[in-house]
Ligand binder design. Structure first.
Ligand code: G1P
Length: 300
């Protein structure tokens, strides 16, 4: 049952209202919040491009025009920088326009992540495809998506990414019950629960925002009723795929042990900015000593 279609398409849901960052996101998409000096969404598109996914579909909504502008060329700005001979800045602004072919479709009614992914059905067609959630940034030095694509090609089904979290945190994530697969570095997913209560959580393995999905997920999503939060949950559709291999070849998971940064709420966003800035060659060696002093002063 192994399928070997090359995976080239990535879907990036970006229609969320960003209410956790109000008022910053009143007139600006949350995906445009800078992580050091690049909008969060650019890290995600770059990660997709690095894994060979050069066809990106963003699911957007109202007030998301800045996303399209960011990935488009700005000839007047390019000319000013070229005339000044500022090649470094020219390279920086061109980076975003050279990551691949980006398409946009609006979600319309925001009825949950599952509903957003379903909007990609026509664009994706019958091949497996990736979904990347913009709130999760994966360190570019760690492999995840390319691993997941390899596992998808090997198993022919769908592949999710899991990460061990503190049991008290499980209620913020999809949570998985898994069993090892003999001789393999991936696991089989038996059951998934969206944002379980601690006593109902099947494990402390949390679903993180990277998926490589069998296209049969669309027919399942079409009949998936709203679940938690009265929203159509991608996790619920994947639970159905995990429970019956006949529809889409089952669900497997890669357990990620690398560096993940969460930009989804205020505190974790600030932590992500500080972690990434500390490692930047242009400012890290000035930021880290300052940070140490700052923290020492707090303790005094
Ligand atoms: C979504 C998914 C959840 C997953 C999480 C990863 O939730 O529904 O299963 O664990 O992303 O970030 P959200 O964070 O959008 O509420």
């Amino acid at each position: 049952m192994t399928e070997t279609q090359r995976i080239t398409k990535a879907v990036i849901p970006a229609a969320g209202l960003g209410t956790r960052f109000l008022p910053a996101t009143k007139a600006m998409p949350k995906e445009m919040l800078p992580v050091v000096d690049k909008p969060a969404i650019q890290y995600v598109v770059a990660e997709a491009a690095k894994a060979g996914l050069s066809d990106v579909l963003m699911i957007t909504g109202r007030s998301k025009r800045a996303l399209e502008d960011h990935f488009d060329r700005v000839p007047s700005l390019e000319k000013v920088l070229a005339d000044k001979g500022d090649d470094e800045k020219l390279r920086l602004i061109q980076e975003a326009t050279e990551l691949g072919e980006i398409h946009y479709v609006r979600q319309g009614d925001p009825r949950g992540l599952g509903h957003a992914v379903l909007r990609a059905k026509r664009h994706v067609g019958d091949d497996p495809f990736a979904v990347l959630l913009g709130d999760d940034l994966i360190d570019e030095r760690d492999e995840l998506l390319s691993e997941m694509i390899r596992v998808q090609q090997e198993t022919g089904g769908s592949v999710i990414a899991l990460m061990e979290v503190d049991p008290s945190q499980v209620g913020s994530y999809g949570c998985a019950d898994v069993t090892p697969v003999d001789g393999q570095d991936y696991v089989k997913v038996n059951r998934l629960v969206e944002k379980p209560k601690p006593e109902e959580a099947p494990s402390n393995l949390a679903v993180i925002g990277r998926y490589v999905l069998h296209p049969s997920v669309f027919e399942v999503l079409e009949r998936t009723e709203p679940g938690r939060g009265d929203e159509v949950q991608l996790t619920d559709a994947l639970q159905e795929l995990a429970s019956s291999e006949e529809i889409g070849g089952g669900v497997h998971a890669v357990v990620f042990r690398g560096r993940r940064y969460d930009t989804g709420d205020k505190l974790s966003y600030i932590q992500a900015v500080i972690s990434l800035a500390s490692e930047r060659h242009d400012i890290g060696d000035r930021l880290v000593p300052w940070l140490k002093e700052f923290v020492a002063d707090l303790d005094r």
